[in-house]
Design a protein around this ligand. Structure first.
Ligand SMILES: [Fe+2]
Ligand SMILES: [Fe+2]
Length: 254
């Protein structure tokens, strides 16, 4: 093994991670997706893991390193314990409310980027829509899904320009892929086009980092417009329950 001084930063990070893993009662492992994000197409097998952590069982429930979730988690519990950042969501919802939008649109703004905040950036509009679909009005999840494509196309009728942030992030020559262009065209013809467009209009990019909006300001809107399952998100039998469960328990072995 390389001496500590000769180790690269990433080797040192791996070592630290392993040392922390050794201290856990159960074996916490990374799914392929987590390794893909590190540029590796690989996973550790069960036998290899048990060899590395002798005498231990695989983790099959909550990850002790993460904030504790109640047995019957609500959307608000996910906001507080599993969403890496909520300022953008809260500020967008706040702006939508200030702009006199309906509760449905305020909720759509509050939830529009939960895909990014809790799960994955790529295709976040689709993931976010799928997560909430069983629990909200169809118009809300449709709008969340379509904001993914609409973000890239201006609509002067409502004062929406191509985001300057995107020029900064993706370069001046970036062009949305054909499937996104097609999605935009379909959305444009849809009866709920303006609902998805309103997410873009209220999607705050250069928000004031000091402006604090509290989640509690939206408790009533969530209560009236999000059908919280009595078993807890992840433990009902909806088509997206498994997704909430995975976000709750992301390192279960199976
Ligand atoms: Fe978004
Ligand atoms: Fe956004």
């Amino acid at each position: 093994m390389a001496s500590h001084a000769a180790m690269t930063l990433s080797e040192r990070a791996d070592e630290l991670e392993e040392r922390m893993a050794q201290e856990l009662e159960r074996i916490v492992t990374k799914s392929v997706l987590f390794n893909l994000a590190d540029g590796k197409v690989e996973m550790e097998s069960g036998p290899a893991l048990q060899k590395k952590y002798p005498g231990k069982y695989m983790l099959m429930s909550a990850d002790p390193r993460l904030p504790k979730m109640p047995d019957k988690p609500t959307l608000i519990d996910f906001f507080k314990n599993r969403f890496a950042t909520t300022a953008h969501l809260l500020q967008s919802a706040n702006l939508a409310r200030k702009n006199g939008m309906s509760e449905k649109i305020v909720l759509a703004c509050l939830l529009h980027d939960i895909g990014v905040a809790s799960f994955i950036r790529a295709d976040h509009g689709y993931w976010g829509a799928q997560l909430i679909e069983p629990y909200v009005d169809e118009e809300v999840s449709w709008a969340v899904r379509m904001h993914q494509a609409l973000r890239f196309f201006p609509d002067e009728s409502v004062g929406y320009a191509y985001p300057e942030a995107y020029v900064k992030y993706f370069g001046p020559d970036y062009q949305p892929e054909p499937h996104i262009v097609e999605e935009y065209k379909r959305a444009r013809e849809h009866k709920w086009y303006m609902s998805a467009r309103m997410i873009c209009v209220n999607d705050l990019y250069s928000f004031d980092p000091n402006a604090r909006v509290e989640l509690e300001e939206f408790t009533d809107i969530i209560g009236r417009n999000f059908r919280q399952p009595k078993e807890g998100l992840g433990f009902d039998s909806s088509p997206s329950a498994h997704m909430w469960r995975t976000i709750n328990w992301p390192t279960r072995f199976l």
